[in-house]
Design a protein around this ligand. Structure first.
Ligand code: ZN
Length: 290
């Protein structure tokens, strides 16, 4: 026990003695104080995603919350909702080809927690005709290729930015959901020229400070570029752009192989290649956050 703890225990003893004296003289006052403390405790627990009925959570309430610095901003790491194993079966690797990961820890990929849904929101404003269906199909395909469950969390008016805040009050206490936004080079200069989309996620620590998972992904699609592809009868090429960017979101990096969709520029391939599929299966096999 450190000096601080000893001082604190003496203070607690004094407070207990004081409380015992007070209990005799003003019982209702003590009850009110106790009730307010309980309410405050539950509010803190709720804010940190804790369930006080779980013994581990009760203990977690008294541990300092992990704070992570991303893009120069400090974030208190939210605690994930309870989980009971993977939501979808892991996808086995059955193909060989080039793949690379955007984030690695001990040579293994960093991915989204396969025991929790990957929530996503869409900003539909400015979408080209047929764009919405394209996104729905691409999300379903990436879900099937990774074994990650994607959950449509509705629409948003959040504008895409490169340094997106990872926690936002509009989305509650958890990491922000993946943002899929139709945009323009005027709004997002990174889409200038022949860039049809950009995508990625943040790599963040687990709630107890151990492990690394992806969170708060963002995907911006150039509505003009993709609209022109769809209009020219190349919806398959437009969907390939969404698949490529979503693959970045779930953790794949570029490869120098034009036979893969993760080649940096559009090529003859408009579907997932053998290396893409192997990489996507692997990012979907990462361990769950406890
Ligand atoms: Zn890319």
């Amino acid at each position: 026990m450190g000096v601080g703890d000893e001082l604190r225990s003496r203070r607690v003893q004094r407070q207990m003695a004081h409380a015992a004296r007070r209990r005799r003289s003003s019982l209702p006052g003590l009850l009110v104080v106790a009730l307010v403390c309980a309410v405050a405790l539950v509010a803190v627990a709720h804010a940190r995603g804790l369930d006080l009925r779980r013994p581990g959570d009760l203990a977690a309430l008294f541990r300092p919350q992990v704070v992570v610095q991303v893009d120069g901003k400090a974030y208190a790491v939210p605690r994930p909702a309870p989980a009971h194993g993977r939501l979808l079966p892991a996808v086995p690797v059955t193909t060989t080809g080039s793949y690379a990961f955007l984030h690695t820890v001990d040579a293994g990929p960093v991915g989204y927690d396969p025991c929790r849904p990957v929530r996503y929101v869409v900003r539909p404003q400015g979408a080209p005709p047929g764009g919405e269906e394209l996104v729905t199909r691409a999300v379903a395909e990436i879900s099937a290729a990774t074994g990650l469950e994607f959950v449509d969390a509705g629409t948003t008016d959040e504008a895409p930015t490169v340094d997106r805040p990872l926690l936002q009050s509009r989305y509650g206490q958890d990491w922000a959901p993946v943002l899929i936004a139709w945009s323009t080079p005027r709004e997002l200069p990174q889409l200038a020229g022949d860039v049809a989309g950009i995508g990625g996620s943040a790599a963040v620590p687990g709630a107890d400070g151990r492990g690394t998972w992806l969170a708060a992904g963002r995907l911006a699609l150039d509505a003009g570029d993709l609209g022109r592809m769809i209009h020219a009868g190349r919806a398959d090429a437009a969907e390939a752009v969404v698949l490529h960017e979503l693959s970045h979101v779930v953790g794949l990096d570029h490869v120098d192989d034009p036979d893969e969709l993760m080649y940096p520029t559009t090529s003859r391939r408009v579907d997932l290649g053998p290396g893409d599929r192997a990489g996507l299966a692997l990012v979907g096999q990462v361990a769950c956050q406890p």
